[in-house]
Design a binder for this molecule. Structure first.
Ligand code: URA
Ligand code: SF4
Length: 220
């Protein structure tokens, strides 16, 4: 029965007055805000420039990220870096994080198969995102795919309809009060893993880069 209970959420592990992103990262390492910490190797916190103007939000760490403890260091990360470069975004001016900070998977034999995080995991993990935004105070957030969209905008988010458009955020979220942070802009696009899975990879990749060019045009 315990499995169906709502997770307690990350809030009690978030330091009340973190001085730095390193403080947050250290605290997040001990998070038990939902059950995902139990089977994953470690918390995968965001990384990048502490004064980044642009924050990228992905879904959750994958297998490689879970083992290395760093976000977007596997195949999706390689593709993302290439797209960032092709869109002329400055890679030194980014912070890259995930909506959910532990890897959710199902064991099939010895293989760990990625499972999408559920709404309860997204909600449980949100205090870490809020804390990251409060310290980073970026100008723009780039939402990578459906999970990040649900985390930052709400459950009615549809990537096909909302991608490639600048929107005010958190004002455009279903519950802006979930994010007590300064008003900035958001831009949603497809997740780099969706490009890797696409039948027509080239077109999907071009779409990702076109969206990221709009992101690039929104930062000074
Ligand atoms: N996919 C994500 O959403 N995040 C990662 O860190 C890696 C793959
Ligand atoms: Fe905490 Fe998020 Fe990990 Fe759940 S997924 S244990 S809320 S860091």
């Amino acid at each position: 029965m315990a499995k169906t209970e709502a997770p307690v959420g990350a809030q009690e592990w978030v330091p009340p007055e973190p001085r730095s992103l390193d403080d947050l990262k250290e605290a997040a390492a001990d998070c038990e805000g939902c059950e995902l910490f139990a089977d994953a190797t470690q918390t995968v916190f965001g990384r990048g420039a502490p004064h980044a103007k642009v924050v990228f939000v992905g879904e959750q760490p994958g297998d490689v990220e879970d083992q290395k403890g760093l976000p977007f260091v596997g195949p999706a990360g390689r593709l993302l870096r290439e797209a960032v470069d092709d869109a002329s975004l400055d890679p030194a001016d980014l912070w890259i994080t995930n909506a959910v900070k532990h890897f959710r998977f199902e064991l099939r034999g010895k293989r760990r198969i990625h499972q999408n995080p559920g709404p309860a995991h997204i909600t449980a993990c949100r205090p870490w995102l809020v804390a990251e935004f409060s310290l980073l105070q970026p100008e723009l957030v780039v939402i990578l795919g459906a999970t990040a969209g649900r985390a930052l905008l709400g459950p009615s988010f549809r990537v096909t309809q909302q991608r490639g458009k600048l929107m005010p955020w958190p004002a455009s979220a279903q519950h802006p009060e979930d994010f007590p942070v300064a008003e900035i802009q958001a831009l949603a696009t497809i997740h780099p893993s969706a490009v890797l899975r696409a039948d027509d990879r080239e077109t999907a990749y071009r779409g990702l880069v076109d969206d990221l060019k709009i992101a690039a045009s929104a930062v000074k």
